[in-house]
Design a protein around this ligand. Structure first.
Ligand code: PMP
Length: 432
């Protein structure tokens, strides 16, 4: 590490919280990017398979987004509210229409955490209840309330949130008490668990919140249709369904534009939250809800920066690019090839328990060879080796952080998928 970078790391440590996680023994300082690549301050080039935690959804330095942002910056950088805001109305109309929620209203925030916070505000106001159902191993953000509905212990510091959270089974398919069951039996067991819990709950429950594919939890998902079955039970009790699409939205999962659509048999969700990729790196979050739910607040509410013209300019340009270039289709095609390739690699190493995922949201779960035990040390070593070889990936998981997370920008080419897979193969071999 250069003396300058060592000094920056020391200053980081001295002034920022101890819990602000950094990857790598020698953290990287990224200075610029283009397409699916980024460069660090030493000029080293990396193929980016994590996109800044799924924020660079389309491509780094996408000219269409850069142009829209700089044009808006040249006109005015402003707050979002009090005056008519054309780019915000435009993006809201498009997101409302895409959401699948009838009579949808959209409220923009600046992050996923704040989007979920707003969803909780709406659901608790609408239902006059502070009881929330959340999934085990879930992640929904780091505010006072979002931590209170986050089941993943690695990311839920003690919070004295006034919400009463009940955690249900279903988000994790391959581990836990129902892991050995068939898909149909798994769903039946989770539905029975939910019914049992509701039967023991006094008073109304406001909502169930779930990520269709758990992100931070290690890219793990229930069988298709689970949330449709949950929904039927929820509707018997008037409980709202909130889908957290912060990682799964905008076509990343390939087969669907939203993750909830794999569970859509009983209709669209009541509330949908989004963030990350829509701004292609600009901070946009938001909530879509049925009008009666959105309008259940009994006073005015604003977000000074949520929906600010400059972020909306990025969102509109990025969304146009995404739709015009069928990046959902690209995620399905290139993601499908990448999953196949990674499964072939996994077959040759006992360190991989499972390769799973949909589209360009792929998890590689590592274990101690010959056992079912999580291998967080192996995951950390693979990350380091990939970095050495010029590939950035992420990691995550439940009790232990032993799942490699692969979520490149959705413009990934077949050649880049091959290149990344080859690096990962070498890293796995080297570490094993
Ligand atoms: N929900 C999910 C599913 C997430 O993955 C995240 C971020 N990792 C959040 C919410 C919180 O988003 P943000 O970090 O933008 O607040």
């Amino acid at each position: 590490m250069t003396p300058d970078r060592a000094s920056l790391q020391a200053r980081h440590r001295a002034v920022l919280p101890d819990w602000l996680a950094l990857y790598y023994a020698e953290p990287i300082e990224i200075t610029h990017g283009e397409g699916r690549h980024v460069w660090d301050a030493d000029g080293k080039k990396y193929l980016d398979f994590f996109g800044g935690i799924l924020t660079t959804m389309t491509a780094h330095a996408l000219p269409e987004v850069t142009k829209a942002v700089s044009e808006q910056a040249g006109r005015i950088i402003h707050s979002s509210t009090l005056y008519l805001n054309r780019p915000m109305v435009e993006l809201a109309e498009r997101v409302a229409q895409l959401s699948g929620i009838p009579d949808a209203r959209v409220f923009f925030t600046t992050s996923g955490t704040e989007a979920n916070d707003t969803a909780l505000l709406l659901a608790t106001a609408y239902r006059r209840s502070n009881q929330i159902l959340a999934m085990r191993n879930s992640y929904h953000g780091r505010s006072f309330s979002a931590v209170g509905i986050t089941g993943n212990k690695n990311w839920s510091p003690t919070s004295l949130s006034p919400l009463q959270t009940l955690y249900v089974h279903g988000g994790v398919r391959g581990r836990g008490p129902y892991a050995g069951l068939s898909d149909a039996a798994f769903i039946d067991a989770c539905v029975a668990d939910l019914r049992d819990m509701l039967g023991q709950t006094r008073g109304g429950v406001a909502a169930l919140i779930a990520e269709p594919v758990q992100g931070v939890g290690g890219f793990t998902a229930p069988p298709d249709g689970l949330y449709a079955r949950f929904r039927e039970v929820l509707q018997e009790h008037g409980i709202l369904w909130i889908t957290d699409e912060v990682q799964t939205g905008w076509g990343r999962t390939g087969d669907h534009f939203w993750g909830w659509q794999a569970h859509g048999q009983s209709g669209p969700p009541d509330i949908l939250t989004f963030a990350k990729g829509i701004g292609n790196g600009m901070s946009i979050g938001g909530v879509v809800a049925r009008a009666d739910v959105m309008n259940s607040l009994d006073s005015q509410s604003i977000s000074t920066f949520g929906g600010s013209p400059i972020t909306m300019a990025a969102g509109n340009a990025n969304l146009s690019y995404l739709l015009e270039h069928d990046l959902q289709g690209n995620a399905r095609r290139v993601g499908g090839l990448l999953i196949e390739r990674l499964r072939a690699i996994a077959a040759g190493t006992a360190a991989v328990r499972e390769v799973r995922g949909r589209g360009l949201m792929i998890g590689v779960e590592l274990v101690r060879p010959g056992t079912d035990e999580a291998a967080p040390d192996t995951a950390a070593a693979v990350l380091e080796s990939c970095r050495e070889q010029g590939l950035l990936i992420g990691k995550g998981g439940g009790h232990d952080t032993s799942v490699l997370r692969i979520a490149p920008p959705l413009t990934l080419t077949v050649a880049e998928a091959e290149e990344g897979a080859a690096i990962l193969e070498r890293a796995l071999r080297e570490v094993a």
